[in-house]
Design a protein around this ligand. Structure first.
Ligand SMILES: [Mg+2]
Length: 223
């Protein structure tokens, strides 16, 4: 007998999926430049240009790029990372109907978070929003696995960690490659998340039409 739904785990991307990407953007591209401007007595715009240039010079394929403490040290800023994360917490906004969606799914599946962001961000966002209790496991690719992009290896590690086969996992996220094509390529059933709010995600220009969902409640209805 063929069981149609043999899924066990649903894995969620965090930024741009469960929570608005605006938060990370504010910490990195507003908070750090603002501190930099104060310390070196230059304008915010000058500081922002300088800081963003430094980020770009390193590039996001380097593990240190994700490490906020590294950047604060490198720029000679004495502010504590947690203090900076707390300062922008009002920008931590969840997706529409998220709790209703997770409530329903939690009864039937093990829910996990699989994020590229450093653990300090992931925990802040999940705690602030009260979403932490929905998840059995929370994984940061960069902090926990030392992996900078959620490619095939990342998803294989997730399956190992959760002790399931790729066919038993569903993943949902807003990045066309790292949340959709990569998991699909190893046999995970993937869905692309698109918010109706254009500021919610940083990823837009992709013409994926299949398996696009606009809120998590929709996912409950599909599964
Ligand atoms: Mg994302």
């Amino acid at each position: 007998m063929m069981m149609r739904n043999h899924k066990k785990v649903i894995s969620f991307d965090l930024d741009g999926t469960l929570v608005s990407a605006k938060y990370g953007d504010m910490v990195w591209n507003h908070g750090i430049p603002e501190e930099y401007a104060k310390k070196y007595s230059i304008s915010f715009d000058e500081a922002k240009e300088k800081v963003i240039n430094e980020y770009k010079t390193m590039g996001d394929s380097h593990i240190l790029w994700y490490d906020i403490t590294y950047w604060l040290d490198r720029f000679g800023l004495s502010i504590d990372a947690r203090e900076l994360l707390d300062r922008y917490e009002s920008y931590i906004v969840t997706a529409d109907k998220i709790k209703e969606g997770l409530e329903g799914l939690k009864k039937r599946y093990n829910l996990i978070v699989a994020s590229n962001a450093a653990r300090i961000f992931v925990e802040k966002e999940l705690e602030y929003t009260g979403l932490m209790p929905f998840f059995q496991n929370v994984i940061s690719a960069t902090t926990d696995f030392g992996i900078v992009k959620k490619g095939e290896d990342f998803y294989k590690k997730i399956c190992l960690e959760m002790n399931v086969r790729p066919e038993e996992v569903i993943h949902i996220g807003d990045h066309p490659v790292f949340d959709y094509k990569a998991p699909l390529s190893i046999g995970i059933e993937a869905y692309l998340f698109r918010s109706h709010d254009p500021e919610f995600s940083l990823n837009h220009d992709e013409d994926i039409k299949d398996r696009v969902i606009y809120n998590l409640k929709e996912l409950t209805e599909i599964l």
